[in-house]
Write a protein that binds this ligand. Structure first.
Ligand SMILES: Nc1ccn([C@@H]2O[C@H](COP(=O)(O)OP(=O)(O)OP(=O)(O)O)[C@@H](O)[C@H]2O)c(=O)n1
Ligand SMILES: C[C@](O)(CO)[C@H](O)COP(=O)(O)O
Length: 235
């Protein structure tokens, strides 16, 4: 069996949430938001180790979460960086050699075990993959004046999520390589692999429940998803 490790990101400031406490630590049904993704990786037989990346000052708090909920796979809690890609890089530096690396936003509380299986299989086969869902809305490109320039072909569009999953050597090489130049506009890890043209990035079905909690209304949606998931699976 392949050895897979997970890097869970919790070093963001959550500016768009606008809360005093960083959003990954806000409570969802009495537990920190971060708990839910950690629990998913902890419970997956695919994952041997979790590297948690957080703000320097939040490291002791994160260890308390790890101890309180008995997350035995969390081996390292390391300080992140200014941008998301800096935090991923710090996570990769702490991640000892393995076969496959999952990179996941701690602000996405609802990955699930089957998603981890699908993405692991694709990463092993293609080298790189992202969880994603087909776009449901009609998508238009607007110009600077807010006038529609064109309508995109929805059949080709996906909303990209995490986990984003890679062969270990490939994602380490990609992050090292891209840092030699400008990282302007890099918002996820697959973009780095795409930009360098290292290998194809496979789109793998994620889940419409696998939202990123970004703004206050997402917390309400997350509460709703959580209450539905405790009753039964996604419809
Ligand atoms: N320097 C950063 C920035 C982001 N993240 C993490 O990356 C994930 C996705 O980022 P995003 O939703 O953009 O989080 P924030 O950067 O916290 O939000 P904002 O952009 O609103 O400040 C989150 O789990 C966040 O904690 C991180 O570890 N380090
Ligand atoms: C990685 C990501 O969650 C995929 O949707 C997203 O790109 C994070 O970037 P954000 O711009 O900070 O929301």
């Amino acid at each position: 069996m392949k050895n897979a490790k997970a890097i869970v990101l919790a070093a963001g400031q959550g500016k768009r949430m606008g809360s005093a406490v960083p959003k990954q630590f806000l409570e969802l049904d009495g537990k920190p938001l971060l708990y839910y993704s950690l629990e998913c990786f902890e419970q997956s037989d695919l994952i041997s180790e979790i590297i948690l990346v957080t703000g320097k000052d939040a490291i002791p708090f994160c260890w308390r979460i790890v101890e309180k909920y008995g997350f035995q796979k969390v081996k390292y809690v390391v300080p992140g960086g200014k941008e998301r890609y800096d935090s991923v890089y710090e996570g990769l530096k702490a991640c000892e050699a393995c076969d496959i690396v999952f990179i996941h936003d701690g602000a996405r509380p609802f990955p699930d075990g089957e998603m981890l299986e699908r993405t692991m299989e694709a990463a092993d086969k293609y080298g790189a993959c992202v969880a994603a869902v087909p776009t449901k809305d009609t998508m238009k490109v607007g110009n600077a004046e807010g006038i529609v320039e064109r309508t995109l072909d929805r059949k080709t569009l996906w909303n990209v999520q995490t986990p984003q999953v890679f062969r270990y050597d490939l994602i380490c090489q990609a992050h090292r390589e891209i840092r030699k130049g400008s990282m302007e506009g890099v918002t996820d890890d697959s973009m780095i692999v795409e930009t360098l043209g290292i290998c194809p990035v496979k789109l793998v079905m994620g889940s419409y429940d696998n939202i990123k909690v970004t703004t206050p209304e997402d917390l309400v949606i997350a509460e709703n998803i959580l209450s539905r998931r405790t009753v039964g699976p996604e419809a």
